[in-house]
Design a protein around this ligand. Structure first.
Ligand code: UGA
Length: 469
């Protein structure tokens, strides 16, 4: 099929590379001329496993980059909208990028020939499909020549290509059989299993659902599924963070509690990792947008406020732990491991690690940071206010404490003896629970983490009750 992707951000680029991998002909359109030039030169602007390979394999043949949206639409069967939907006034999603793109898409439908399906893939509030349909019609697209479909994406940054090609489910919200047929054809290589039988397919991750299930729903249900999924995952994280706080109060271990909770088949183990809270370009924004949607529909979804409150408090609790470990922050040298909002990505948007770093700077600490992928982006924001190291050991050199702020696998594999030698004081505050407390004590560290007993070298664990503060 001939596919146009509108917007070459995380979702757009991944979808473009993956649709080309599924043997569709893809045109990726963006209004950022610099970005297009970089993509045309063969650069991959984001850190995402398998994406550079896909862009390299298909650029110039099944995948081309263009600036003229209307022209690309005129020549396509399906148009995927993957433009950003940032938080606007009152937490609502700002759909101005959508509207702008819709006007050009309408020109493309009117100027082209045949029937086209316009697909919303970005996360949008319920009723957006109806609204989009109207804007397209008002902007001159003949009504019988297009349909609007909601097909939300569930990609995680860092594993986006695998999530796209090995999805838990594909959700297609459509109101016409004609449109549903087109989307079934787009995803046929995944739903028939054809792609997975290919010798050159990307290797299947553990527990992949093969063939991929496709769920057909109404458009409104599809829109709600996406927002509800992100809100529910954020809720799980805040829930386990609250439980971790209780564990700290009674010197229990959240690891043990999670093992017991997650082994209940009705609960499951995923998204129960406590830490410094969720961040990124999706959860904070989508939670606010979902809250605003509920409000507009007359439902006071206060549970979501609480999810956000616990999330924000988690950073404060971490900072309190750092203050406790350092006694005074002013003038202390702190090694920060991780700036990205999670491991496996160079994305620092709404990163708890960045927020904590800013707070430490405001309190007078001097920070030396290391992140395997996000340093260039962090430098653009923090500039000369912090120092950047070549690796974790260099960051730790002479530091009064080391803070773990992002769950990079390479941090979990650090040589603790070497780290110990580098530090001025063997103090680690771990916001991601990457290490085993007993081992840290053995290695000579004063170690505090989230929801687990604090340990000191050779000191026995104290049994005590504290108030949750
Ligand atoms: C999230 C969803 O997981 C995707 O399904 C969705 O498609 C995407 O948002 C989106 O709407 O575009 P992503 O933001 O890439 O994906 O990252 P996650 O892996 O979900 O992590 C989000 C945040 O929660 C990170 O800061 C992570 O460190 C934190 N987290 C995650 C925890 O603190 N604990 C956990 O157990 C899991």
């Amino acid at each position: 099929m001939k596919i146009t992707i509108v917007g070459s951000g995380y979702v757009g680029l991944v979808a473009a590379g993956c649709f080309a991998e599924l043997e569709h002909e893809v045109v990726c359109v963006d209004n950022d001329a610099q970005k297009l030039a970089r993509l045309e030169r063969g650069e991959c602007p984001i850190h995402e496993e398998f994406l550079p390979e896909l862009l390299k394999d298909y650029r110039g043949n099944r995948l081309v980059f263009r600036a003229d949206l209307a022209q690309a639409v005129a020549e396509s069967d399906v148009v995927f909208l993957t433009v950003p939907t940032p938080t606007g006034a009152d937490g609502k999603a700002d759909l101005s990028n959508f509207e702008q793109a819709a006007r050009a898409i309408a020109r493309g439908i009117a100027g082209g020939s045949g029937y086209k399906v316009v697909v919303e893939k970005s996360t949008v509030p319920v009723f957006t499909a109806e609204w989009l349909e109207e804007v397209l019609a008002v902007s001159g697209a003949p009504r019988e020549r297009f349909d609007v479909v909601a097909n939300p994406e569930f990609l995680r940054e860092g594993s986006a290509v695998c999530d796209f090609l090995f999805p838990d489910r594909i959700v297609v919200g459509a109101e016409s059989e004609r449109a549903r047929k087109v989307l079934r054809a787009v995803y046929a290589p995944l739903t028939s299993g054809g792609y997975y039988a290919r010798a050159d397919a990307i290797p299947a991750p553990d527990r992949a659902r093969i063939p991929a299930p496709l769920l057909e729903t109404s458009r409104r249900s599809a829109e709600l599924i996406k927002q509800a999924a992100n809100a529910f995952l954020a809720l799980r994280i805040s829930f386990i963070n609250a439980v971790a706080n209780l564990c700290e109060a009674v010197d229990a271990s959240v690891d043990e509690v999670c093992a017991g909770l997650g082994s209940d088949g009705r609960i499951g183990p995923a998204f129960l990792r406590p830490g410094i809270g969720y961040g990124g370009a999706c959860f904070p924004k989508d939670l606010a947008a979902f809250r605003a949607v509920a409000e507009e529909c007359g439902f006071d979804f206060r549970l979501l406020d609480e999810v956000r409150r616990i999330n924000e408090e988690q950073r404060e609790r971490f900072l309190a732990r750092v203050r406790e470990a350092l006694w005074t922050v002013q003038g202390k040298r702190v090694a920060v491991l991780g700036l990205a909002f999670k491991g496996g990505t160079d994305d620092i948007r709404e990163s708890p690690a960045m927020a904590i770093t800013e707070r430490l700077l405001a309190e007078g600490a001097s920070v030396v940071a290391y992140d395997p992928a996000a340093m260039a982006r962090a430098r653009a924001v923090l500039g000369g206010r912090i120092a950047f190291a070549e690796d974790a050991y260099e960051a730790a050199e002479g530091a009064d404490a080391v803070l773990v702020l992002t769950d990079w696998e390479e941090f979990a594999a650090l040589d603790l003896g070497r780290l110990y030698q580098a530090l001025r004081y063997p103090v680690m505050v771990d916001g991601r629970n990457l290490f085993d407390p007993a081992r840290m004590a053995q290695e000579g560290f004063f170690y505090s983490s989230v929801g687990r007993p604090r340990v000191a070298p050779g000191r026995p664990r104290a049994m005590k009750m504290r108030r949750v503060s």
